[in-house]
Write a protein that binds this ligand. Sequence first.
Ligand SMILES: Cc1ncc(COP(=O)(O)O)c(C=O)c1O
Length: 341
Amino acid sequence: MARHCKDHYRALRPHGKTHKCPEIAKAIIRAGAVGACTAKLSEAEVFARDGVTGILITTAVIGRHKIERAVRLAAAHSDTIFCVDDAQNVRDLNDAAAAARIHLNLAIDLFVGTRTGIEPGDPAVALAQLIDSLPSVKFAGIQAYAGQASHTSGFAERRRHSREAMAPAVETRCALEGKGIACPLLTGASTGTYNIDCEIDGVSELQPGSFIFMDVDYNRIGGQDGPVYRDFRNALTVLTTVVSKPTKSGAVVDGGFKAFATDRPFMPEVKSISGIVYNWGGDEHGILNLAQASAAVNLGDRLEFIVPHCDPSVNLYDRMYCLRGDNVEAVWQIAARGMGQ
Ligand SMILES: Cc1ncc(COP(=O)(O)O)c(C=O)c1O
């Protein structure tokens, strides 16, 4: 991903909501990223404490107590960027920054069809003008995250969807510059659209997250070369043990609802043996149908499962084990696990 961004003259600020792990954020910065995104202020506090620089918090910081925390964070880490989509919130941030005698960098979160943000065009321009007029906030640019495009099936349709969603963001950037407001940043994109949005003039930065691990969900969206999306390899698995073999063609592993996020309708997939069908066996277990398995499965075997959806699955664990072959080379804390506010 870092090489792709470099080749396309785009900055990379990958989303840390996927891994919640400062070690990974810092590794991607060493590979060329300008920083890391976090979804929430609490994630950003953990990342900053552990040495991650160039943090962009992609959700607005709302409420007096959080604004106080945001100011403390920015006082110690002046390159932090906060997203805003509301005029009163901008004034509150400005007042808090003024009281602390610091400046806050603010990016306007644009609504491009997903969930948060201010409408593109005039409303966004007016918000940027407000930021520009206040003494203790600095206008950093625009965030436009078109999440609905990221999982659109089929490359051509995904491309059409993303280009359509991002057009108003590019127009807003031009409108701002037409009014004399410099807009150095237009950040957006996802794992599904990284190679689409980098073709859009005006998008200056990509903020994909899931590419670092991948999951069953992303594998299904289809790539440029066929029905399976394989631009990035599956790097994240949950390791289970076969704890029972009640029948010849059945086995039970010790990973159930508590081992995988269950927000997606489909099942975890075994990494190295094909043909195994996983069925939920309750909180603690998964029931395997081995009738079509490509290899024998015995009691005590370790089976690695690719998770249905990486972000919420990672959030179930305190640490991850980093393997090269069968050797554990490092154990990394998922330090921002549970940081949901
Ligand atoms: C604001 C924002 N940017 C970027 C991403 C990264 O998307 P993906 O994990 O699909 O690459 C997300 C994911 O939800 C997001 O919410």
